[in-house]
Design a protein around this ligand. Structure first.
Ligand code: CP
Ligand code: NVA
Length: 307
């Protein structure tokens, strides 16, 4: 048995593979919009393990698997043995003998790595404390749909250097674009945790306005990620000046788009007039989770297919 491919962090795939995935995403999306049945994953099963809450990730994987002719099974920590201390390695052995792919949303990246190390089938990271690769897969596809190639562009990341930020930074090294990051003091990027090669594709700015200046894309995320709720109050104070608002969008390029992985808190990390305004592409971004992950599932389960 040869080792399966996994998607545990963004840099697990090459630029050529992402380009292939985007081509397939476009094809799968167009067919889906025309109500044309496409069932390449008939009789295949995806197991989805959630140790944190989700709307988009669960829905897009579950609906996507059904739309490809397969089935999806939802497990969570509360009502499976996972929450009662069964070793991750044992769970991986068993779950991967009964399914064709596994998606995991959990806490430390080490958990998905250990699971993948003992899995017979592809494992997809559906968000960890460190990374959210499926999100950036959809985000870059969305950017390209709206604005064309992302190579050489400037992405402004405003706020917490969290899992979504780390994944943008990895993606910058793969796609050769620049990320201008602005975080409050004490919340700066940790390059090692972000898993960077250090190719100089990001720059940090003390003032979020400087990070947003002339950007092609301005993006942010919640001030407190899942699992860090105890820090909520301290973060609310620290991040006060890191809201993406109309003034910040004004210093970005005129044709800049705004993205947010969602769920969003209007009045905290983003003002209502920005997220609900004309530059916002957040609903396309959310929808593209579905199409891009269908391409990902197809690739991991079937390899490259002819369009
Ligand atoms: N963006 C995202 O992953 O959303 P959910 O937490 O709802 O899955
Ligand atoms: N950074 C957020 C993303 C949610 C989709 C979190 O981890 O909670």
């Amino acid at each position: 048995m040869h080792a399966p491919r996994h998607f545990l962090q963004f840099k697990d795939f090459t630029l050529a593979e992402f380009e292939y995935l985007f081509e397939r995403t476009r094809w799968i999306k167009e067919r889906f919009k025309r109500y044309e049945k496409y069932w390449p994953l008939e009789d295949r099963t995806l197991v989805m393990i959630f140790e944190k809450a989700s709307t988009r990730t669960r829905l897009s994987f579950e609906a996507g698997m059904h739309q490809l002719g397969g089935a999806a099974i939802y497990l969570n920590t509360r009502d499976s043995q996972l929450g009662r201390g069964e070793p991750v390695e044992d769970a991986a052995q068993v779950i991967s003998r009964m399914s064709d792919a596994v998606m995991i949303r959990t806490f430390e990246q080490g958990i998905v790595e250990r699971f993948a190390g003992h899995s017979r089938v592809p494992v997809i990271n559906g968000l960890t404390n460190e990374y959210h690769p499926c999100q950036i897969l959809a985000d870059i596809y969305t950017f390209i749909e709206h604005r064309g190639s992302i190579k050489g562009r400037t992405i402004a990341w405003i706020g917490d250097s969290n899992n979504v930020c780390n994944t943008w930074l990895q993606a910058a090294e793969v796609f050769d674009f620049n990320v201008h990051v602005s975080t409050p003091p004490g919340y700066e990027v940790e390059p090692e945790r972000a898993g960077l090669y250090g190719t100089g594709h990001y720059e940090e700015f003390g003032d979020p306005m400087d990070a947003a200046r002339d950007a092609d894309l301005v993006t942010t995320d919640v001030w407190t990620s899942m699992g860090f709720e105890a820090e909520n109050e301290a973060r609310r104070r620290a991040f006060e000046d890191w809201q993406v608002d109309a003034d910040m969008m004004r210093v970005a390029k005129k044709e800049a788009v705004f993205m947010h992985c969602l769920p969003a808190h209007r009045g905290e990390e983003v003002s209502a007039d920005v997220i609900d305004g004309p530059q916002s592409v957040v609903w396309d971004e959310a929808e593209n989770r579905l199409h891009s992950q269908k391409a990902l599932l197809e690739f991991l389960l079937l390899g490259k297919v002819e369009s």
